[in-house]
Design a binder for this molecule. Structure first.
Ligand code: S3P
Length: 446
């Protein structure tokens, strides 16, 4: 799972971005489909699964805990035969989570509710990321995690047959933390409640309901959401149709927005209102981007996106309360802001510092190296665009972060000089065909 050799990639000026590519499946939904399928007794089928390294790490871990997970190469449908809630098997090897925070944090929650002990390991990036945010609520549920004093990987979760149900107020807006507690609560004897002040993606809640669990969401008088799961449900296998990933679609979308004369259609993109912040922001900046054919598929809102590269983007202020709905999209939004006329100010970015890299720092440094004027504080980024293509001509440090790599390669489609990223190999964690797709659309990335 660790990449031995860095793979530099250089993006040269593109002409226009044109076409109608198929974007791979949503990463968050794919992880959950594999996990919940592996837990429900019987066979779950999944179409449109993202076959990126992160999701494959989840599948490998679930196989180690007893599930059978196979792809039918003729139909591309994945078949997952689950063990039944409460019946995960003791893994004999450490669970290697690679680069994937979602795999690690959700699986810590899942292991917590089973009488097994699992060691969690990951790559250099994941091994720096905070796990205390999972260890603390699990401890309240009576589950012990052994870790170093930094509460980072490697660590060991000693699961419990019957975790204690708790009520927990999320200290950070994080769907991963919410999900880990809900998954530990699956095997608790009673109701587990999470209070979230800022709504984060709700795929765990939606999909657990589809598998037959009782999960209720109510908005309190103070505006916060209370999410309650009833312990010990019977999980019934089902079919999951995974929509295309809005976070992956963001890269070709922004490429089309910043390259004059582009014309791009992206179909069947997940538009859950807790995930669509980037698209609303681009429209606010003046992008010619239309969301059409909005519909519900497999319980999720999806839409087609039509983008024309004929807009003069303008700088705006992106408020802090929008952050959870576009948390993974700030690096690529920053590239659009660098091409806009005027100042874009983004607030509430503290969580960017603990993603696959310190994304705030990496975005800021990379933009400066490309000749873009910008300022950064602990939790904000201000970018002064001139409306003209930035200089470029830099080698960007990507620090094992797929989204930093893809964002700067997209910037390179428009800059005066090419942009190189020092290592493009982490792109395979979420968007394995990114380079070939972008080149087919008109980019020049080698
Ligand atoms: C995810 C939640 C987000 C996001 C990550 C995927 C999920 O993380 O950044 O890429 O699938 O639940 P946080 O919960 O840490 O914000």
């Amino acid at each position: 799972m660790t990449h031995a050799d860095p793979k530099p990639l250089t993006s040269h000026k593109a002409g226009t971005i044109k076409g109608s590519p198929q974007i791979a499946g949503d990463k968050s939904i794919s992880h959950r489909a594999i996990m919940f399928g592996a837990l429900a007794a019987g066979e779950t089928t999944i179409s449109g699964l993202l076959e990126g390294e992160d999701v494959l790490a989840t599948a490998a871990a679930m196989r180690q805990m007893g599930a059978t997970i196979k792809k039918d190469e003729d139909t591309s449908i994945w078949h997952v035969t689950g063990v039944g809630l409460g019946h995960l098997e003791q893994p004999t090897q450490p669970l290697d989570m690679g680069n994937s925070g979602t795999s690690c944090r959700l699986l810590m929650g899942l292991v917590a509710g089973h009488a097994i002990k699992a060691d969690f390991i990951g790559d250099a990036s994941l091994s720096k990321r905070p796990m205390g945010r999972i260890i603390t609520p699990l401890a309240q549920m009576g589950v012990t995690c052994e870790s170093n004093t930094d509460q980072t990987l490697p660590l060991t979760v000693h699961g419990q047959t019957l975790p204690t149900p708790i009520t927990y107020c999320l200290p950070v807006a994080s769907a991963q933390v919410k999900s880990a507690i809900l998954l530990a609560g699956l095997n608790a004897d009673g109701q587990t409640t999470i209070i979230e002040e800022k709504p984060t993606r709700d795929y765990t809640e939606n999909m657990l309901r589809a598998f037959g669990a009782t999960v209720t969401t109510t908005q309190q008088d103070d505006g916060a959401f209370a999410i309650t799961i009833d312990g010990k449900p019977t999980l019934t296998p089902c079919h999951i149709d995974v929509p295309a990933d809005p976070s992956s679609a963001a890269f070709p979308a922004v490429a089309a927005v910043i390259n004059k004369g582009s014309n791009l259609t992206l179909k069947n993109i997940g538009m859950n209102d807790r995930r669509n912040g980037l698209y609303l922001t681009l429209i606010e900046m003046g992008a010619n981007l239309k969301l059409t054919n909005q519909r519900i598929e497999s319980g999720e809102v999806v839409a087609d996106i039509i983008i024309k590269g004929d807009a003069n983007l303008k700088g705006i202020t992106v408020p802090a309360d929008r952050a959870p709905s576009m948390i993974d999209e700030y690096p690529i939004l920053a590239m659009a802001a660098a091409c806009a006329k005027g100042t874009t100010h983004m607030e509430g970015l503290e969580e960017l510092r603990v993603k696959e890299s310190d994304r705030l720092q990496m975005t800021y440094e990379g933009l400066k190296a490309c000749g873009v004027e910008c300022e950064m504080t602990e939790d904000s980024l201000t970018i002064h665009g001139t409306g003209a293509p930035p200089k470029g001509g830099a080698i960007i440090t990507t620090a094992l972060d797929h989204r930093i790599a893809m964002s700067f390669l997209i910037l390179g489609t428009v800059t005066q000089q090419p942009v190189t990223v020092d290592d493009g190999s982490p792109i395979a964690t979420s968007f394995p065909d990114f380079v070939s797709m972008m080149n087919k659309l008109g980019a020049d990335i080698k």
